[in-house]
Each structure stands twice: as C-alpha cells, then as structure tokens.
Ligand binder design. Structure first.
Ligand code: ADP
Ligand code: ZN
Ligand code: ZN
Length: 702
C-alpha cells in the first residue's frame, strides 16, 4: 500500500523502504528490480498531508526520496520497528507508602523526597512527570519493592482533556496582542500565513499561548518549532502550567524509544502540543490545528548538510496541505518573510511595544577609537557596569568568539598557529589546554615553542569569551562571573542549571556568545555590552548585514525585560558611523530591513531572485573547478543566470579544496524545472566521480 514500509533485499543487506507508488510499468531494467520481502505496516505510516510534504520536499530540494524519508522518520522506524505504542507506566502511592513517610529513618533523605514529591502530585508519578523532574523509573524501584508505590500500565491513554482551562492563568492582553489574536482566530480551520512581527519582550509568546487555547478548545493539535538553542525546559513548563493537556518536547536529548513514542502519540492525536527544533516539523498529527515557527529568522531552521531543507519554508507548505493557519514569529523577521508580506503571501501583525510595563532599553554606540582598551573593555563600559552592579542588577557582555584567544603568535618571528587543514587559525583554549580549529574540529596540544624559530615566547592574540571571563573576574573580584558558550555548556543539563542560576540571581556578570542572544528572559538583567561589532560589519556574504542586524537587535533585547529594571545597551565600535549601526540604533530594525530589502532588489539577490548553489570539494582545487565547469556547460541555454565557478570563500576546509557555482532565476519554478533534468546525470560525469558535490536550494550561506 502506498505509504507503508516494507523490507527489500539489497546486496547482502535487507533495507527498510517506503512504498511511494504502484506504477504499471517502469523503465528500470528487470535485473535491477528488487522484490519486496516483507510488509511492515498494514496501514500507511503517515497521514496523507505529511506524505505529500515529504514527496514535495524531495522534488523541491532535489534530494533522493529514500533519503528524505529516512531523515524525516524517527530512527527506530527506519530500522523497521513496529509503529506501535510501547506500554506507558504510572506509579501510585499506597497506604503503606503514606504511612512510611512518618516512620522513615532520618538518613533516608532520597526516599523521603520521592514520597513527598509523589504526595504533592496527588499521589501519582507519570512518566512525563518523572522526566520533567529529572527522574527515571529505576529511581522508584526501591519504593516499589517496599510496597510503597504500585506500578501499573496506563491502559487506555486518555484523549486530550476537554477541561483545558484547569491551570489557566492568562494575562490581560494589550490592544496589539488582542488585534493579533482577532486577526488569526477566524482563520482556524483553514490555511493562512501570518508574520507576527513583535519587538523582543512584546509578548509574542502570550499571543501563541492564547491562540493555542482556542485550538485546544477545537480539540486540535499545535505544532510549535523553536530554534536549536532557544529550546528550554522553561518553555515546556510554561505550557504545562497553562494547559491541562499532554505536551511533548522533541529535542536531541531523547532516547530513540521516547522519540518514537512521542511520534506515535502525536499521530494518534494523544499529544496536544508538540514543541521541537527543526526536524519536529515532520511529526505526524491526527488533528492539526495550528503551526507556529518562533524566531523564524533563525539559521538553525536550515539543515546545512545532507537533505538541505528549510523547516520554516516547509512549514508553510505543510500548513497549506494541512489547511491550518501558520504563524511565523520574530522580533527581527527574515528578508524572505518581509518580502512575502509585500507580496501578500503572509499577513503582517505588529507588536510594537514591550508587554506589561517594561520599556525598551536605551541604546548607545560607544566610539572606542583611540581609547585605551583593557582586554577589549573600554573605561566607560566598565563604569557603566559598576553602576548597574551596584544596584544589584545583572550585566551581559556579548562576544561571539569562544575560546581564550583567536590564535597564538610568536613574539620573535611572527609565526601564527594556523590550522593545517583549513584556511583559518587555530583557537587557543586555555581551560582545555588545547589548540582547536572551530571549522574542522582538529585539536592538538599547545606548542611549547614556536615551530618556526623555537622561541618559547608564544602569545595569545585577540579576545575570546574565556579570556574576557578572566579579565572580568579580576576587575570585579567580589562579583560572580559566568561564561556561557558551547564549551561551558557541553555537559548534559549545564545550560539548564546556568539559566536557573541566572534567574535566581546567583550570577552578576554574564559573558556569552550568541547562545545567550536568543529567547531567554532574564528579569534582572539591565545592561548589555557588545564588546566587538567590527568583525561583523565587513563581510563578503550578501546576508551579512541582515544577520548582524538580527543578532545585535536580539542581544540588545535581553536588557531591561521587566518593569522595575531600566535597560541599557552599550555597543563598542571602531566604526560608530557605519550605516548599519547608525540605522539600527537611531531608528529600528524595521527601517533598516526596508533598506536591506531595497539593496537586495537592486542587486538582484534573494528574496528577489531564486538561488541555488552547486558545491563541490576534493583534495585539489582543480577537480571541483573542472566538475563545476562541466555543470556550467550543461546549464547553457537553460536561461538561468550562472556565476562562477569560483573557489569557496573558505577554500580549504578539513583538508578539502572547495568551489561553488551559483545559479539564479527570477522565478523559483523555472529554476526548479531547469535544474531537475540536469542533476541526476552529474554523478555519471567522469569529473563528478572525482569530487563530493551537493546542490543547495535556497542556500543560507554563500
Ligand atoms: P516575547 O515572546 O515577545 O519576547 P513574552 O511573551 O516572553 O515576549 O513576554 C515578555 C514578558 O512580558 C513576559 O514576562 C510576559 O509574561 C509578559 N507579558 C506578555 N504579555 C503581557 C500582558 N498582556 N500583560 C502583562 N505582561 C505581559
Ligand atoms: Zn617564532
Ligand atoms: Zn581546521
């Protein structure tokens, strides 16, 4: 049956595949055809709309459909697991359990905690409650053995509860929030795209929540996508506190079994709200009612390797197939979405004021030309920090460069620690005592002497978050400094604990990369300092201005998010007159985005043209160049505009030499239809077999 999984022999292996059609005849030669060995699903695995979405995605991104299916399905289903719900367990406290609480020995701390927790939760533990409280079923084993808890299978999983209001604590909406809801609500049950364009802290989340309420009342499901690092347990808690329905969160920390169970329950309609990152877009829904893409401009929605899809763009397609409204939310909308508004493909809704009583932060650009910088910090910024700290408020210093210093240099001969496999420096990490290339992940020990002149005088050059953390600890010895970047948050739950500490006011000064720029709400944070913008202002990528504007606006938005705390933002720059900085802070993101859009139109860049990039790499640059030149020849007479091939901006990466060919056309459909007959044959080219190549449709990085 179309949509069912089957197994097929393939060489010595047996593979899992999905039936996509029953053609009467085929051009595939007989001896290449394999027969189905076994049928796994007696029913189609996916709801029709999702099946259609995957088929569409395969065509649109010109990626083999088998690979698209396997990247959209949970791992266990790819391995042939039955699409059946595993039993779910519930633990109930017994009479003995309640009595045991009074007679427990003093040192039975853990048992007392568990029993109390259970009693406070009406005497039951559900699996979901356990995972929310960082517990696992085996923690309860002793209590079960003692007869204090009974473990039972949840037989009939109850459908979403109708009494969705039970825990409700809705805020009174301001006029703009109300207008947004009034605009969207009439479209429930049909397709319509919205752009919720609201400054940071304007209460977008509250709008989502109150709309979810309406959707749940219709007994429909909500799918909410969030960026990779914005995904916090707080989001889940906030939803669970608000609604008395089942909420699930899809994130990288789940086991395969948990992931499959959520997938299956969502398909049965047993989960009402699904929150997740990029790939959660492919969660099947029995009764879809609303799709939300929060922080829609975020780069993490684009998969950058293999099946290179944009979850935001596919979410729009899915909403159309599912006949549901979709909301793209952002304080800094992407040029693509703003363009879609201009073309009436999305309806724009604005939230222009901070919600509650919080007022927008005061922003100033600090000219640091000719000023003395103490490891990147100017005196006015340090003074500013002192003022805020003395009032018991928190400061955030933003520096988008992890490690201690961007590289090491020899004081005698000028040698610089470059990565031998990339066109980049090796970053100096003091804490890990290593040199690390952030592009190919190569690591080695810190050299004791210069490899060129043997001098021991190797000095770190430049400033990374680790160094900034040191400097701040010295400048403010009685304050608690915390660094948040990818290095400091490697351990499981580290981020969660950091966020808790910040919100509990156990931290005074935060040093962070873009991990801290997004989504977080720290009520007592009043000063944001941006240490180094100059690196972002000059870049070859036509998207650089957009990205920098988004990043700076988002970082600035962390300051002063509650009513008692006045926010202030200080941006250090050697180019205070740079148009981007001037526009961003004398006007606003909207004015700037209009300028950026005008430039894009002028230069014939996306979103005013559709773009695709062929990328290729091999050990020598000449191989990808030859291949791409042949691709270019095949594109002759297609009417497509072709640029290149040229070496990629970072030509050498991980030991490979890379080149690219840019292809454009005003119309997406034309680009699509002219490329699709060409790509399948490229692997047959002699030059195509000597390189690794890929096609990136709607690339986000050039
Ligand atoms: P955003 O998602 O736009 O950044 P949030 O929805 O997180 O903003 O809201 C920011 C803060 O304002 C939160 O603390 C939230 O509880 C509060 N808030 C939102 N809407 C209202 C409202 N109508 N009245 C009072 N406070 C509000
Ligand atoms: Zn040297
Ligand atoms: Zn490298």
């Amino acid at each position: 049956m179309v949509g069912s999984r089957v197994t097929v022999p393939f060489g010595r292996q047996t593979l899992v595949a999905t039936v996509i059609a029953h053609p009467e005849s085929t051009s595939v030669p007989d001896k290449k055809i394999r027969y189905i060995k076994e049928i796994i699903d007696s029913e189609p695995l996916l709801p029709e709309a999702l099946f259609k979405l995957i088929t569409f995605a395969s065509q649109y991104y010109q990626h083999p459909i088998g690979e698209v299916f396997s990247s959209c399905l949970p791992g266990l289903l790819n391995q042939g697991a039955k699409a059946q719900l595993e039993p779910e367990w519930i633990w109930t406290i017994t009479k003995q359990g309640e009595q045991a609480l009074d007679s427990l020995r003093k040192n039975a701390v853990k048992q007392r905690q568990l029993l109390t927790l259970c009693l406070n939760n009406n005497g039951v533990f559900t699996e979901q409650f356990l995972s929310l409280n960082d517990l696992i079923p085996s923690n309860l084993k002793t209590l079960v053995d003692k007869g204090w808890l009974v473990k039972e299978e949840v037989k009939s999983v109850s459908p979403p509860q109708v009494d969705i209001n039970a825990n409700s604590s809705e805020l009174v909406l301001n006029d703009e929030q109300k207008d947004a809801i009034d605009a969207i609500a009439p479209h429930l049950g049909s397709f319509q795209g919205f752009l919720l364009d609201g400054i940071t802290g304007s209460g977008k989340t509250e709008v989502y929540l109150q709309l979810m309420h309406l959707v749940l009342a219709r007994e429909e499901q909500v799918l909410m996508l969030v960026p990779e690092i914005g995904l916090t347990p707080q989001t889940l808690k906030r939803l669970q506190r608000r609604f008395n329905v089942e909420v699930a969160m899809l994130h990288s920390g789940l086991t395969d079994k948990q992931r499959l169970n959520i997938w299956l329950k969502a398909r049965e309609g047993l989960i009402s709200i699904i929150v997740g990152t990029r790939s959660a877009l492919f969660t099947p829904l029995a009764k879809p009612g609303l799709i939300i893409v929060d922080e829609e401009h975020d780069l993490s929605y684009k998969q950058q390797e293999g099946f290179r899809y944009s979850a935001r763009d596919l979410a729009l397609v899915r909403a159309r197939y599912e006949k549901t409204p979709i909301i793209l939310g952002s304080a800094t909308p992407s040029m693509e979405s703003l363009h879609n508004v201009q073309q009436d493909k999305l309806l724009a809704l604005k939230l222009s004021k901070r919600a509650g009583d919080a007022s927008p932060p005061h922003i100033k650009v600090l000219d640091v030309r000719q000023r003395y910088l103490n490891q990147g910090l100017s005196q006015p910024l340090i003074d500013n920090m002192r003022q805020h700290l003395s009032k018991g408020q928190q400061c955030l210093l933003f520096l988008n460069r992890r490690g201690f210093a961007p590289t090491l240099m020899c004081h005698e001969c000028g040698w610089i620690a470059d990565c031998e496999r990339c066109d980049r420096h090796m970053t100096y990490h003091q804490h890990f005592k290593r040199m690390h290339c952030h592009h190919c992940d190569k690591q080695h020990f810190i050299p004791k002497a210069c490899p060129q002149c043997q001098s021991p005088q190797l000095n770190p050059v430049g400033l990374g978050t680790e160094r900034l953390e040191h400097v701040l600890s010295e400048l403010f010895p009685d304050k608690v400094v915390m660094r948040i970047d990818r290095d400091s948050t490697r351990r499981k739950d580290a981020m969660k604990n950091y966020i808790k500490a910040i919100r509990n006011d156990e931290v005074d000064i935060l040093v962070g990369t873009q991990m801290l720029a997004k989504g977080h709400h720290f009520p007592n944070l009043s000063l944001v300092g941006v240490i180094d913008t100059d690196g972002c202002l000059f870049s070859a990528d036509f998207r650089a201005t957009e990205r920098t504007a988004q990043l700076l606006t988002q970082v600035a938005g962390r300051a002063g998010r509650s009513k008692d705390v006045k926010g202030e933002v200080v941006i250090q720059s050697h180019h205070p007159d740079h148009p981007l900085l001037v526009n961003l802070f004398t006007q606003d993101y909207q004015t700037l985005s209009e300028k950026i859009l005008a430039e894009r139109r002028e230069g014939d860049f996306p979103p005013f043209t559709a773009m695709a990039i062929f990328r290729a790499e091999a050990s020598q640059l000449q191989l990808p160049m030859t291949f791409l030149n042949e691709v270019k020849q095949r594109l002759n007479d297609t009417g497509l505009t072709v640029f290149g091939p040229f070496p990629a901006p970072m030509t050498k990466r991980a030991g490979k030499m890379r080149a690219q060919l840019i292809v454009q056309h005003q119309q997406r459909k034309v680009l699509q239809s002219r490329l699709s007959p060409i790509t399948p044959g490229l692997d047959q080219l002699a030059s195509g077999r000597k390189v690794r190549w890929s096609l990136d449709i709607d690339p986000q990085e050039v």
